[in-house]
Design a protein around this ligand. Sequence first.
Ligand code: 5GP
Ligand code: MG
Length: 170
Amino acid sequence: MEKELVISRAEIARRVDELGRRISERSPDGLLVVGVLKGAFIFTGDLVRAISTPLEVDFIRVASYGSDRCSSGRIRLSKDLETDLAGREVLLVEDIVDTGTTLAWLLAHLHDRGACSVKVCALIDKRRRRREKVSIDYYGFRREGFLVGYGLDYNERYRELPDIFELKAS
Ligand code: 5GP
Ligand code: MG
């Protein structure tokens, strides 16, 4: 499969710095940063180093049944948080928001677990196929197409690439 560079590591680094600055300004009292595995693992690692307010980090993992390049819309929790969310201000860090199904599920879950506020930071905001009304507080880039690299995979490959590529079916 062919892949085309769409967002370079330098652009990512610049954007992560901006996001970190903005998040720090708006959340001066500190945050619980919740990264969504596996896709957001690298973004979360970079983002927390760009935030200057006190924070804690936890991870959650959801699987959506289905493989290849579409999510099926059925979501299952495969690793829950280890932190008590009661009264916490949460920053949820997602890789990609596409239809919004996964994010809507995660937001409901975090509120169920007692979070007092949840803000969302998504690396990629894809709006064309959005089905759920979800609000994204911070986003890195708006792109369509199937993306890999910088944590994003295609059948578990390409997560380690430092830049973001679009995979082209050839
Ligand atoms: P949604 O539930 O919003 O339709 O789908 C979101 C999830 O689908 C993301 O968390 C991500 O795991 C996966 N996804 C959506 N678009 C892409 C993409 O372009 N590349 C990769 N690697 N995963 C994607
Ligand atoms: Mg994901």
